[in-house]
Design a protein around this ligand. Structure first.
Ligand SMILES: C=CC1=C(C)c2cc3[nH]c(cc4nc(cc5[nH]c(cc1n2)c(C)c5CCC(=O)O)C(CCC(=O)O)=C4C)c(C)c3C=C
Ligand SMILES: [Fe+2]
Ligand SMILES: [Fe+2]
Length: 355
């Protein structure tokens, strides 16, 4: 695999002095926004392709390959894509999968804000699994003259299975480049004001308009407990985000709960699990809850379907009356401006101002 262009033998010019790749005339700055990735279509074959790539990542499934391969290619890839297809169809937007649509709007939003601020920064979307790929996004930035790339994994809390695997993928692309860009990575921003303020303000505005529930549930994507035991800081990061949000909203400890959703497989994951917790709350007589998912910057299957539909139904079947899902920050203007501030903070010292 060679990413730098090779001269084609048949059409190569007589002289070999054509410099190629072209030298950069400017040392531009690029920002690569990376999210998890999602199927290209809400169909079983597309979901299968996506899951195969995602669940073959050793950062995500930490079981020896020889043991995992038959499980993945047997029960999981035979059954799960067909089961997931109607669930993806139920959330699919006109423009595509919500996760990709909102990530692209965030990319577009950042471009506009940087242009308004008079800064010369190129912005691209890359998905860790599926399309558009990290490799294409990096090569596109490089082709536009970016000698500096800031990588922004769109996860406020650090986890090896999300943030670190983005770093792995980016450096694997860089490992094939002759002329590498300078690279920086944002590790986490789980308590950064650029993130907490717009999310807190969004919840407060929702309550100002629709009233406060009895409880606010902050539901984070789960992680195998074993990852935390082995030193993954994700659980601590999640609780720190929750505390920062609660402080921003002036909530006392009995007004909110932290839970973990989207358990995958039979192992023990971070507890308390979201769905059983909401069932318990309803059975204990809590009739109104709002759920927010502060680990997700873009709505996706895990928020729009699992939380908003499935968990909402469970809560109501158990006797709950009012269940509201407060959507992710998506392309909220205050968040886009916060994201631009966060990015700018990490671009310090790089040539983002026109000469
Ligand atoms: C927000 C952070 C996320 C962490 C941490 C995370 C860990 C993690 N996830 C799986 C397995 C699956 N996740 C799936 C979907 C999914 N996961 C995240 C984010 C995190 N995952 C998002 C944004 C999405 C939605 C993608 C979309 O297309 O909308 C799925 C696919 C759906 C399903 O089959 O249920 C799986 C599988 C593991 C194993 C893991 C940590 C080890
Ligand atoms: Fe996940
Ligand atoms: Fe799920």
């Amino acid at each position: 695999m060679r990413f730098w262009p090779q001269p084609k033998r048949a059409s190569a010019p007589a002289t070999r002095f054509v410099p190629w790749p072209k030298p950069f005339t400017t040392a531009r700055v690029g920002v690569l926004l990376v999210n998890l990735g999602t199927p290209d279509e809400p169909t079983a074959p597309a979901i299968k392709r996506y899951l195969r790539e995602f669940l073959s990542d050793p950062r995500v499934i930490e079981i020896p390959k020889l043991l995992w391969w038959p499980i993945l290619n047997g029960p999981i890839l035979l059954a799960r894509p067909r089961k997931l297809a109607p669930r993806y169809q139920s959330i699919w937007m006109k423009e595509g999968s919500p996760l990709l649509v909102y990530t692209q709007r965030q990319t577009e939003g950042l471009r506009k804000i940087f242009a308004q601020r008079g800064l010369e920064v190129e912005v691209e979307t890359g998905m860790r699994y599926g399309n558009p790929s990290i490799k294409d996004a990096m090569l596109s930035l490089r082709d536009r003259g970016c000698e500096h790339i800031l990588v922004v994994p769109l996860y406020p809390q650090y986890a090896s299975s999300t943030t670190a695997t983005v770093v792995d993928a980016v450096t694997q692309v860089a490992a094939r480049l002759r002329d590498q860009p300078a690279m920086r990575f944002i590790k986490r921003f789980h308590t950064h004001a650029s993130f907490i303020q717009p999310l807190g303000d969004k919840i407060a505005a929702f309550w100002a308009q629709h009233g406060r529930p009895q409880k606010l549930v902050m539901s984070f994507h789960g992680l195998p407990q074993q990852c935390v035991n082995m030193g993954d800081p994700y659980c601590r990061d999640s609780y720190e985000t929750a505390r920062a949000l609660a402080t921003h909203l002036g909530l006392s400890d009995d007004q909110y709960l932290v839970t973990f959703q989207s358990r995958f497989g039979p192992a023990k994951w971070l507890e308390p699990y979201t769905e059983p917790t909401l069932e318990r709350l309803a059975k204990e007589g809590v009739t109104e809850v709002d759920v927010v998912c502060p680990g997700f910057l873009a709505d996706c299957l895990e928020t729009l379907e699992e939380i908003s539909i499935e968990v909402g139904e469970t809560f109501k079947h158990a006797g709950g009356k009012q269940f509201r899902y407060i959507s992710a920050l998506n392309d909220d203007p205050a968040w886009l401006s916060g994201l631009a501030d966060l990015v700018q903070e990490h671009l310090q010292g790089w040539p983002i101002r026109p000469e």
